[in-house]
Design a protein around this ligand. Sequence first.
Ligand code: SAM
Length: 247
Amino acid sequence: YGALYVVATPIGNLEDLSPRAARVLAEAALVAAEDTRHSGRLLRHLGIERPLLSLHEHNEASRVTRIAAHLTAGEDVALISDAGTPLICDPGFVLVRELRRLGHRVVPVPGPCALVAALSAAGLPTDRFLFRGFLPAKGGARRARLDSLVARDETLVFYESPHRIRDTLADIASCFGERHLVLARELTKTFETFLEGSAATLLETLAADPDQARGEFVVMVAGAPPREGEAVTLEGEALLAALLAEG
Ligand code: SAM
């Protein structure tokens, strides 16, 4: 039996494609891709010529049988998306779930992922974080989602497009006030930038330099600081532990 390889591809810098990813793509009988024209360019750049099959949210379910037939015939299939790791705000979930249900082998080929790249260089706590993908497009729903997250004490991570970054920052300002944010833009690309400050400060920066509102964004919001009561409890616990240790 063959396997489905879930292959991460660059989020901007083509050097980030791993040698293993290149080999797996070159050896696959078929490459399932979100946008076959876009991925065709990547494969050509790598000097790889493999048959491509489009796989996007509207046809994903109907592709399962076809891909399963390749695997049953002993052929490997690779899954890629337009950028980064498939299934992370990209198609592939239904395919992976169904192939696993049918007993097929699914193998990750890890690599670039915008949220991990952003967190790894932002300087916000990463021991616990909450990734919520894209916020709702409509203002009311977006503010409701943000309101529901205000008390969370993990670092919050969102994906955002250039069309909505200002509106999103304005809504974060109204829900989170002075909370600290890090905005990662154009990761691994020529104009990669990390900006930090409150949402209101960042909005001013974007207004002063509209170039800063271009490109792709990962928005990271510091988690809620511990509340008074919790701090006291923690101190209480530490005191108790010290007393117990002294015996
Ligand atoms: N599968 C991808 C991954 O592994 O990160 C994410 C795909 S999602 C459709 C696209 C979003 O990811 C963009 O709107 C942006 O929020 C984020 N993104 C992708 N590439 C990025 C980059 N180079 N810099 C900053 N954000 C990026």
